[in-house]
Design a protein around this ligand. Structure first.
Ligand code: ATP
Ligand code: MG
Length: 250
């Protein structure tokens, strides 16, 4: 009887946001009662036009809102049994959430390898092993290991910041608009690497983008935000260009 009940019960999602609202500066509403799940091992596409709320949702999960005078004003965000609302971002990181913000932040005067070492502070014992692993995923970084990060191209810098996030062996990787400003070939290369990381390491991944058709071919689940609400939650194969256009223009 108990076995039947267990078999019938759906596995709890790794991340569950329920009824989440966010305001900036105590007034500007950025998210309104959002429900957002990341199942274990999922690759979730988070789509939406400018200002839809993608970055805000990622910052709410990672605990970064207070740095921008933002606050979760309603709802709950549970990550693997831990409440992220009002938790310090360092604590959320230690629990296994890694946010790669847009802007490709790294230490520009330090080399690629020094940046990777700095990012391994969370798990220093496995730094060498993890460096070899991320070089396997991003061979270009191995070639450029001695180059100052400030001299990398946009695509190379994007790969570096994703690799830096992986050094902490996150359970949940949040990527905010990784394709911004990249050529189609570079977008393909970045997404290929992320797909491999997702498949091989079993990490759950959320990728925020405005419109990237390639993302819908690798995602296992998709959300489309519009003006701070969830306009569509569906299987990626069910989301059409026309539907996206309609939401984006509404
Ligand atoms: N620091 C902030 N202070 C005040 N309002 C903000 C702040 N950051 C975002 N907002 C507002 O919150 C809403 C959601 O913005 P957000 O940056 O989350 O959208 P987005 O979907 O990431 O957009 P984009 O595709 O342009 O990156 C917008 O109306 C925006 O103006
Ligand atoms: Mg954004």
């Amino acid at each position: 009887m108990r076995a039947e009940a267990q078999a019938g019960a759906a596995a709890a999602p790794l991340l569950a946001a329920r009824g989440v609202s966010v305001h900036y500066e105590g007034a500007i509403s950025a998210l309104e009662h959002i429900d957002f799940d990341v199942p274990q091992g999922a690759l979730v596409a988070l789509l939406g036009a400018n200002g839809a709320g993608k970055t805000t949702l990622m910052k709410a999960i990672a605990g970064m809102l207070p740095f921008e005078r933002g606050e979760v004003t309603a709802g709950e965000i549970d990550f693997d049994g831990f409440s992220c609302v009002r938790a310090h971002p360092a604590k959320i990181t230690r629990r296994g959430v890694a946010l790669v913000q847009d802007g490709r932040q790294c230490f520009r005067s330090m080399t690629v390898e020094e940046n990777l070492r700095a990012a391994a502070l969370l798990k220093p014992a496995r730094a060498r092993e993890m460096t070899d692993l991320v070089y396997d995923y991003f061979p270009m970084l191995r070639e450029m290991h001695a180059r100052a990060a400030g001299f990398l191209s946009g695509g190379q810098a994007q790969m570096l910041v994703i690799a830096m996030a992986l050094m902490g062996q996150p359970k949940l990787l949040l990527l905010d608009e990784p394709s911004l400003g990249l050529s189609p070939v570079m977008v393909q290369a970045v997404f290929d690497a992320v797909e491999r990381v997702h498949r091989d390491l079993g990490a759950s991944v959320v990728i925020a983008e405005q419109t990237v058709p390639r993302l819908l071919t690798i995602a296992t689940d998709a959300y489309v935000l519009s003006r701070g609400t969830v306009a569509i939650h569906a299987a990626p194969s069910q989301i059409t260009e026309d539907e996206l256009q309609r939401v984006y223009l509404s």
